[in-house]
Design a protein around this ligand. Structure first.
Ligand code: AMP
Length: 509
């Protein structure tokens, strides 16, 4: 990309485009959008944003259903030098009040059904409100239809902000992670290479686009590679299996893989046109990895990232994709494991907190300088808050979030270790181990277990099977059999919900 002078992500994506007629996006309804169409539409929307007062560095907050117009709005915001701020479609008006007053956007784009409620919030910060519905129609698209396609992409530096993504924030207030043009561009270009994307790839895109996974990993990687994507509004296993006949890559959260495995149509034949299955955003069970391989002959490639850092590690394309491991630090990314208390760098195989450094790592939390300072080491490493280890071969393993660590009788108990034992038992689908208040131990180790229908698994049978396999202090004091674990939209198990649900079980009566 020698002819790119501007560090704006939009310029880095498209200035070197050689064939505007190449297909970029296909909708499930059969609409085909070329790279040229996408750029022209982004020009129209960028003109509307500027007309609404968006200046370089201004935020454009967006809470709308997934559509091509929504993705184009992201590209247009970046092109206009604005800062794209996507919001989970599940957020209520009450929650939106916090995000909008915290971020002080110039424009808020929302679903028409929420326009009235949002207008009242937007008025507090002087933001203009535009609408966009699930079909990509609304006041924004009407204005864009009338606007000019020509737009001179606003010059931006590597460190200028391109997006703010609020973390899901299960404890305390959600924080806005500030991502620069180079954070996004450098990480996508690394992934294009690492995952061997080419212009012949066709990605099945069924992830939401308010999160780093669907917005940056899936969309930016596809567009940088000049590949194309099939946009589905959400996970639809029947549809995905049919599309595999002409697609090459699927990116999903672990729930995608368990739901697809539950579909009898998934087999070696239906997946034979695919070259790559990628999983991330939450741990893929080793069992799911093995089952997928047995059914399809494909080893799922698991990678690890977070909103603040884009992607950090990935299993290799050619080498062994280890079930339960998240692979090696990506080229240009350094990862280390440190002692959470002393910050000392730990040797291989020792468990501690994972820290990362590289061009992928964000610029800090929006308007939270203290919080930002406390999450970075003096030498620039970001403290991810994930517990893990690096094995002797260099693969990174994640053992859960630091805040999910259980401290029982003064001993550290890593939930993943107990979950792996329970998950390996016959009849068990998956488990979550949590710590809940206990008068004698501080926290009592507690297991919540999901079984296959009709399986003969009980509290007593789980405890019996664990006896002798785990040190006494790691043994669950109680085991609960449930139908399913609570998950958020990205497929992450919500341990905070479980801790709340079981908080009184050891209370003295
Ligand atoms: P988010 O910012 O919503 O993308 O969440 C990031 C967090 O998801 C990380 O800090 C990890 O705790 C978790 N995560 C992401 N990918 C994986 C993975 N492959 N295995 C285990 N946990 C993961």
């Amino acid at each position: 990309m020698t002819n790119v002078a501007n560090a704006n992500l939009f310029s880095r994506l498209f200035d070197g485009l050689d064939d505007p007629s190449r297909l970029a996006i296909e909708t499930d309804g059969g609409k085909r959008i070329s790279y040229g169409d996408l750029i022209a539409r982004a020009g129209r929307i960028a003109n509307v944003l500027v007309a609404r007062g968006v200046k370089p560095g201004d935020r454009v907050a967006v809470q709308v259903e997934k559509s091509v117009e929504n993705l184009t709005l992201y590209l247009a915001t970046v092109r206009a030098g604005g800062v794209y701020l996507p919001l989970n479609t599940a957020y209520t008006l009450n929650e939106l009040d916090y995000f909008i007053t915290d971020a002080e956007p110039t424009v808020v784009v929302c679903d028409p059904s929420k326009a009235e409620g949002i207008a009242a919030i937007a008025a507090k910060v002087g933001a203009k409100v535009e609408t966009l519905d699930a079909s990509g129609k609304g006041s924004l698209s009407e204005a864009a239809d009338k606007a000019d396609t020509a737009f001179a992409t606003v010059a931006r530096g590597n460190d200028d902000l391109a997006a703010i993504l609020y973390t899901s924030g299960t404890t305390g207030r959600s924080k806005g992670a500030m991502l620069s043009h180079d954070n996004l561009a450098s990480n996508s270009l690394t992934l294009v290479d690492y995952w061997r994307f080419t212009k012949d790839d066709v990605l099945i895109h069924a992830l939401p686009i308010y999160h780093t996974h669907g917005l940056f990993v899936a969309s930016n990687v596809t567009l940088f590679a000049r590949a194309s994507m099939i946009f589905l509004p959400k996970l639809d296993p029947d549809r995905i299996i049919k599309l595999m006949a002409r697609a090459t890559v699927l990116m999903g959260v672990p729930t995608f893989y368990t739901r697809l495995l539950a579909n009898p149509a998934l087999n070696k034949d239906t997946t034979k046109h695919m070259r790559l299955f990628i999983s991330g955003s939450a741990p893929l069970l080793a069992d799911t990895h093995r089952e997928w391989f047995a059914r399809t002959g494909h080893a799922v490639l698991e990678r690890y990232g977070m909103t603040e850092t884009n992607m950090n590690t990935s299993n290799p394309y050619d080498g062994e994709r280890v079930p339960g491991a998240v692979g090696f630090p990506l080229p240009g990314v350094s990862a280390r494991v440190t002692d959470p208390e002393t910050a000392e760098v730990l040797p291989r195989d020792q468990i501690g907190v994972i820290e990362v450094k590289g061009p992928n790592v964000f610029k800090g939390y929006w308007r939270m300088p203290e919080k930002t300072r406390s999450e970075f080491r003096d030498d620039g490493f970001f403290i991810t808050g994930d517990l893990g280890k690096i094995d002797p071969k260099g693969y990174v393993h994640i053992l859960g979030r630091g805040k999910d660590l259980v401290i029982s009788g003064g001993f550290n108990v890593y939930p993943k270790e107990i979950e792996s034992e329970i998950d390996a038992m016959p009849g068990v689908v998956e488990s979550a181990v949590i710590g809940v208040p206990h008068a004698d131990f501080g926290e009592g180790v507690t297991a919540v277990v999901v079984c296959h229908p009709g399986a003969d698994v009980s509290e007593a049978s789980v405890l019996k099977a664990l006896d002798g396999r785990l040190a006494k202090f790691k043994m669950p004091k109680r085991v609960f059999i449930v139908n399913e674990l609570p998950r958020n939209t990205m497929g992450k198990v919500q341990k905070n919900v479980l801790r709340e649900q079981y908080k009184d079980i050891y209370a003295k009566k």
